[in-house]
Design a protein around this ligand. Structure first.
Ligand code: ATP
Ligand code: MG
Length: 249
Protein backbone atom coordinates (compact mmCIF):
# COMPACT_ATOMS: atom_id res chain seq x y z
CA UNK A 1 0.00 0.00 0.00
CA UNK A 2 1.38 3.35 -1.09
CA UNK A 3 0.12 6.62 0.33
CA UNK A 4 0.90 10.16 -0.70
CA UNK A 5 -0.06 12.78 1.84
CA UNK A 6 -0.25 16.38 0.62
CA UNK A 7 2.77 15.96 -1.65
CA UNK A 8 4.04 19.07 -3.41
CA UNK A 9 7.08 19.43 -5.63
CA UNK A 10 8.51 22.77 -6.69
CA UNK A 11 11.57 23.49 -8.82
CA UNK A 12 13.37 26.73 -9.56
CA UNK A 13 13.40 27.66 -13.21
CA UNK A 14 15.39 30.78 -14.14
CA UNK A 15 15.05 32.17 -10.63
CA UNK A 16 11.29 31.57 -10.52
CA UNK A 17 9.53 28.86 -8.54
CA UNK A 18 7.55 26.40 -10.63
CA UNK A 19 5.06 24.16 -8.85
CA UNK A 20 5.01 20.82 -10.62
CA UNK A 21 3.00 18.74 -8.14
CA UNK A 22 0.43 20.55 -6.04
CA UNK A 23 -0.72 19.09 -2.75
CA UNK A 24 -1.48 15.60 -4.08
CA UNK A 25 -2.95 13.01 -1.69
CA UNK A 26 -3.43 9.50 -3.05
CA UNK A 27 -3.90 6.00 -1.80
CA UNK A 28 -2.69 3.00 -3.83
CA UNK A 29 -3.96 -0.16 -2.12
CA UNK A 30 -2.49 -3.59 -2.90
CA UNK A 31 -3.75 -6.12 -5.44
CA UNK A 32 -4.76 -3.52 -7.98
CA UNK A 33 -3.59 -2.14 -11.30
CA UNK A 34 -3.64 1.65 -11.43
CA UNK A 35 -3.35 3.73 -14.57
CA UNK A 36 -2.32 7.37 -14.24
CA UNK A 37 -3.35 9.56 -17.14
CA UNK A 38 -3.89 13.20 -18.03
CA UNK A 39 -2.64 15.92 -20.37
CA UNK A 40 1.02 16.28 -21.38
CA UNK A 41 2.94 18.17 -18.73
CA UNK A 42 0.30 17.37 -16.09
CA UNK A 43 2.91 15.93 -13.71
CA UNK A 44 2.60 12.14 -14.25
CA UNK A 45 6.30 11.38 -14.75
CA UNK A 46 7.17 13.76 -11.91
CA UNK A 47 4.76 11.90 -9.64
CA UNK A 48 6.39 8.56 -10.58
CA UNK A 49 9.85 10.07 -9.95
CA UNK A 50 8.70 11.27 -6.52
CA UNK A 51 7.52 7.73 -5.71
CA UNK A 52 10.75 6.15 -7.00
CA UNK A 53 12.92 8.71 -5.16
CA UNK A 54 14.41 10.45 -8.20
CA UNK A 55 12.70 13.66 -7.04
CA UNK A 56 12.28 14.61 -3.37
CA UNK A 57 9.00 16.33 -2.38
CA UNK A 58 9.17 19.96 -1.32
CA UNK A 59 6.50 19.14 1.26
CA UNK A 60 4.25 16.23 2.20
CA UNK A 61 4.86 12.58 2.94
CA UNK A 62 5.18 9.33 0.99
CA UNK A 63 4.41 6.17 2.96
CA UNK A 64 5.05 2.69 1.57
CA UNK A 65 3.67 -0.26 3.54
CA UNK A 66 3.64 1.83 6.71
CA UNK A 67 7.23 3.10 6.25
CA UNK A 68 7.85 6.81 5.69
CA UNK A 69 10.04 6.79 2.55
CA UNK A 70 9.87 10.56 1.86
CA UNK A 71 13.61 11.07 2.45
CA UNK A 72 14.79 7.60 1.45
CA UNK A 73 17.29 7.11 -1.43
CA UNK A 74 16.34 5.48 -4.74
CA UNK A 75 18.37 2.39 -3.77
CA UNK A 76 16.68 2.00 -0.38
CA UNK A 77 13.26 2.38 -1.99
CA UNK A 78 14.20 -0.22 -4.60
CA UNK A 79 15.25 -2.54 -1.74
CA UNK A 80 11.88 -1.99 -0.08
CA UNK A 81 10.24 -3.10 -3.33
CA UNK A 82 9.64 -0.21 -5.70
CA UNK A 83 10.55 -0.95 -9.35
CA UNK A 84 10.50 1.76 -12.00
CA UNK A 85 10.60 1.67 -15.83
CA UNK A 86 11.44 5.13 -17.20
CA UNK A 87 9.63 6.96 -19.99
CA UNK A 88 13.06 7.28 -21.63
CA UNK A 89 15.14 4.18 -20.83
CA UNK A 90 18.67 4.51 -19.47
CA UNK A 91 21.63 2.97 -21.34
CA UNK A 92 24.41 1.12 -19.52
CA UNK A 93 27.75 1.01 -21.31
CA UNK A 94 29.58 -2.30 -21.05
CA UNK A 95 26.58 -4.18 -19.65
CA UNK A 96 24.82 -6.89 -21.59
CA UNK A 97 21.07 -7.43 -21.63
CA UNK A 98 21.56 -10.66 -19.64
CA UNK A 99 23.64 -8.80 -16.98
CA UNK A 100 20.94 -6.16 -16.72
CA UNK A 101 18.17 -8.75 -16.27
CA UNK A 102 20.23 -10.56 -13.64
CA UNK A 103 20.86 -7.35 -11.70
CA UNK A 104 17.17 -6.50 -11.92
CA UNK A 105 16.11 -9.93 -10.69
CA UNK A 106 18.63 -9.70 -7.83
CA UNK A 107 19.65 -13.31 -8.39
CA UNK A 108 21.46 -15.48 -10.90
CA UNK A 109 18.54 -16.23 -13.17
CA UNK A 110 19.09 -18.85 -15.89
CA UNK A 111 19.38 -17.97 -19.55
CA UNK A 112 16.01 -19.69 -20.06
CA UNK A 113 14.40 -17.37 -17.48
CA UNK A 114 16.04 -14.33 -19.06
CA UNK A 115 14.79 -15.46 -22.47
CA UNK A 116 11.28 -15.78 -21.11
CA UNK A 117 11.31 -12.19 -19.82
CA UNK A 118 12.54 -10.96 -23.20
CA UNK A 119 10.02 -13.05 -25.14
CA UNK A 120 7.21 -11.67 -23.00
CA UNK A 121 8.04 -8.18 -24.30
CA UNK A 122 8.22 -9.43 -27.88
CA UNK A 123 12.00 -9.68 -28.30
CA UNK A 124 13.55 -12.73 -29.87
CA UNK A 125 15.73 -13.52 -26.87
CA UNK A 126 18.69 -15.23 -28.57
CA UNK A 127 19.36 -12.11 -30.64
CA UNK A 128 19.48 -9.85 -27.63
CA UNK A 129 20.83 -11.68 -24.59
CA UNK A 130 24.52 -10.84 -25.30
CA UNK A 131 23.92 -7.38 -26.75
CA UNK A 132 25.34 -4.42 -24.89
CA UNK A 133 22.72 -2.00 -23.51
CA UNK A 134 23.90 0.99 -25.56
CA UNK A 135 22.75 3.26 -28.36
CA UNK A 136 23.01 0.47 -30.94
CA UNK A 137 19.64 -0.73 -29.61
CA UNK A 138 16.63 1.00 -31.12
CA UNK A 139 14.34 3.11 -28.92
CA UNK A 140 11.62 0.43 -28.96
CA UNK A 141 14.13 -2.34 -28.13
CA UNK A 142 15.53 -0.36 -25.20
CA UNK A 143 12.04 0.35 -23.94
CA UNK A 144 11.10 -3.34 -24.09
CA UNK A 145 14.31 -4.40 -22.32
CA UNK A 146 13.54 -1.88 -19.60
CA UNK A 147 10.00 -3.29 -19.20
CA UNK A 148 11.51 -6.81 -19.03
CA UNK A 149 13.79 -5.70 -16.16
CA UNK A 150 10.82 -4.46 -14.14
CA UNK A 151 9.01 -7.76 -14.75
CA UNK A 152 12.17 -9.64 -13.70
CA UNK A 153 12.45 -7.50 -10.56
CA UNK A 154 8.93 -8.57 -9.56
CA UNK A 155 8.66 -5.88 -6.90
CA UNK A 156 5.58 -5.23 -4.73
CA UNK A 157 5.15 -1.89 -6.52
CA UNK A 158 5.97 -1.77 -10.24
CA UNK A 159 5.87 1.62 -11.95
CA UNK A 160 5.81 1.91 -15.75
CA UNK A 161 6.05 5.33 -17.38
CA UNK A 162 4.38 5.21 -20.82
CA UNK A 163 5.40 1.62 -21.58
CA UNK A 164 3.70 1.88 -24.98
CA UNK A 165 5.88 4.75 -26.19
CA UNK A 166 7.77 3.73 -29.32
CA UNK A 167 6.36 0.20 -29.27
CA UNK A 168 4.87 -1.14 -32.49
CA UNK A 169 1.29 -2.32 -32.83
CA UNK A 170 2.04 -6.06 -32.68
CA UNK A 171 4.18 -5.71 -29.56
CA UNK A 172 1.60 -3.40 -28.01
CA UNK A 173 -0.94 -6.26 -28.01
CA UNK A 174 1.62 -8.50 -26.33
CA UNK A 175 2.39 -5.78 -23.84
CA UNK A 176 -1.26 -5.69 -22.82
CA UNK A 177 -1.10 -9.49 -22.28
CA UNK A 178 2.04 -9.00 -20.15
CA UNK A 179 0.27 -6.46 -17.94
CA UNK A 180 -2.85 -8.63 -17.71
CA UNK A 181 -0.69 -11.58 -16.60
CA UNK A 182 1.10 -9.38 -14.05
CA UNK A 183 -2.32 -8.29 -12.82
CA UNK A 184 -3.44 -11.92 -12.39
CA UNK A 185 -0.34 -12.76 -10.32
CA UNK A 186 -0.33 -9.51 -8.39
CA UNK A 187 -0.69 -10.98 -4.85
CA UNK A 188 0.06 -8.37 -2.22
CA UNK A 189 1.49 -5.74 -4.55
CA UNK A 190 0.34 -3.14 -7.03
CA UNK A 191 1.11 -1.98 -10.55
CA UNK A 192 1.06 1.66 -11.63
CA UNK A 193 1.14 2.41 -15.34
CA UNK A 194 1.33 5.92 -16.73
CA UNK A 195 -0.40 5.91 -20.08
CA UNK A 196 -2.44 7.85 -22.61
CA UNK A 197 -3.69 4.68 -24.32
CA UNK A 198 -7.34 3.75 -24.05
CA UNK A 199 -6.43 0.04 -24.34
CA UNK A 200 -4.21 0.31 -21.24
CA UNK A 201 -6.80 2.41 -19.41
CA UNK A 202 -9.31 -0.35 -20.14
CA UNK A 203 -7.34 -2.96 -18.11
CA UNK A 204 -7.04 -0.71 -15.04
CA UNK A 205 -8.80 -1.45 -11.78
CA UNK A 206 -8.53 2.24 -10.93
CA UNK A 207 -7.72 5.37 -12.90
CA UNK A 208 -5.99 8.47 -11.59
CA UNK A 209 -6.19 11.69 -13.61
CA UNK A 210 -3.48 14.30 -13.04
CA UNK A 211 -3.96 17.73 -14.52
CA UNK A 212 -1.79 20.82 -13.97
CA UNK A 213 0.06 19.03 -11.18
CA UNK A 214 -3.17 18.40 -9.29
CA UNK A 215 -5.19 15.28 -8.66
CA UNK A 216 -8.16 15.79 -10.93
CA UNK A 217 -9.94 12.48 -10.31
CA UNK A 218 -9.32 9.01 -8.88
CA UNK A 219 -11.76 6.15 -9.01
CA UNK A 220 -12.79 2.79 -10.42
CA UNK A 221 -12.16 2.36 -14.16
CA UNK A 222 -15.86 2.11 -15.01
CA UNK A 223 -16.52 5.35 -13.22
CA UNK A 224 -13.62 7.37 -14.71
CA UNK A 225 -13.04 5.96 -18.20
CA UNK A 226 -16.40 6.97 -19.73
CA UNK A 227 -15.82 10.55 -18.61
CA UNK A 228 -12.44 10.56 -20.38
CA UNK A 229 -13.53 9.08 -23.70
CA UNK A 230 -17.32 9.11 -23.63
CA UNK A 231 -18.11 12.66 -24.59
CA UNK A 232 -16.16 15.19 -26.55
CA UNK A 233 -16.88 17.83 -23.91
CA UNK A 234 -15.36 15.60 -21.22
CA UNK A 235 -12.38 14.99 -23.46
CA UNK A 236 -11.77 18.66 -24.12
CA UNK A 237 -12.47 19.45 -20.48
CA UNK A 238 -9.57 17.21 -19.61
CA UNK A 239 -7.55 18.15 -22.74
CA UNK A 240 -7.42 14.41 -23.33
CA UNK A 241 -6.75 14.62 -27.05
CA UNK A 242 -3.81 12.36 -26.23
CA UNK A 243 -6.12 9.45 -25.32
CA UNK A 244 -5.77 7.29 -28.38
CA UNK A 245 -7.73 4.33 -29.54
CA UNK A 246 -5.07 1.66 -30.10
CA UNK A 247 -1.39 2.30 -30.59
CA UNK A 248 -0.84 4.30 -33.68
CA UNK A 249 2.48 5.66 -32.39
N1 ATP B 1 13.30 18.90 -13.08
C1 ATP B 1 12.45 19.73 -13.66
N2 ATP B 1 12.76 21.04 -13.84
C2 ATP B 1 11.89 21.91 -14.43
N3 ATP B 1 10.69 21.57 -14.87
C3 ATP B 1 10.32 20.29 -14.72
C4 ATP B 1 11.16 19.30 -14.10
N4 ATP B 1 10.53 18.10 -14.09
C5 ATP B 1 9.34 18.33 -14.68
N5 ATP B 1 9.21 19.63 -15.06
C6 ATP B 1 8.03 20.26 -15.69
O1 ATP B 1 6.90 19.84 -14.95
C7 ATP B 1 5.77 19.63 -15.80
C8 ATP B 1 5.29 18.19 -15.61
O2 ATP B 1 6.22 17.33 -16.24
P1 ATP B 1 6.01 15.75 -16.30
O3 ATP B 1 7.16 15.18 -17.05
O4 ATP B 1 5.77 15.25 -14.94
O5 ATP B 1 4.66 15.66 -17.15
P2 ATP B 1 3.89 14.41 -17.71
O6 ATP B 1 2.49 14.46 -17.16
O7 ATP B 1 4.67 13.18 -17.48
O8 ATP B 1 3.83 14.74 -19.27
P3 ATP B 1 3.89 13.76 -20.57
O9 ATP B 1 2.48 13.25 -20.75
O10 ATP B 1 4.27 14.71 -21.66
O11 ATP B 1 4.92 12.71 -20.32
C9 ATP B 1 6.27 19.95 -17.20
O12 ATP B 1 5.89 21.27 -17.48
C10 ATP B 1 7.78 19.82 -17.12
O13 ATP B 1 8.43 20.64 -18.04
MG1 MG C 1 5.68 11.84 -18.71
Amino acid sequence: MLQLENVSFTVEVEGKEKQIIKNVSLSIPDDRLFVVTGPNGGGKSSLAKLIAGIYVPTSGKIIFNGVDITDMSITDRARLGIGFAFQQPVKFKGMTVLDLLRIAAGKRISITDACEYLSSVGLCARDYISREVNSSLSGGELKRIEIATVIARNTPLSLFDEPEAGIDLWSFKNLIDVFERMRENIKGGSIMIISHQERILSIADEIIVLKNGELDRQGARDEILPSLIGTSSAISDCKMGAVKKGAEE
